[in-house]
Design a protein. Structure first.
Length: 97
């Protein structure tokens, strides 16, 4: 998926009235890999996005949550209470820190 695709503004469509129109909308998003915002009246009510976008969103949110949790840890205290095993300091391979 190209960066350009992610940065483009989603298309907007009025809410489909027929079931086959929903299928057409899904086919369009799957084929173009471009999200579409569905409007009801004048309000945006849903986004139809490619699965790859959902995967990226989930990865981003997981990373954000991991960073928030890591920021809450007192790493100096953790190193004293639960120091890394001595094996981490042996050998010539790259160290995990």
């Amino acid at each position: 998926m190209s960066k350009h695709t992610l940065l483009r503004e989603p298309d907007h469509v009025d809410e489909p009235q027929q079931v086959q129109d929903y299928w057409g909308l899904l086919s369009r998003v799957a084929a173009t890999q471009h999200p579409v915002i569905v409007r009801r009246g004048w309000a945006d009510v849903a986004a139809v996005i490619p699965v790859e976008y959902l995967e990226l969103l989930r990865e981003f949110l997981a990373q954000q949550e991991a960073e928030q949790r890591a920021a809450q840890v007192d790493w100096a205290q953790m190193a004293q209470v639960s120091p890394p095993p001595p094996q981490w300091f042996e050998g010539d391979e790259p160290k995990p820190f």
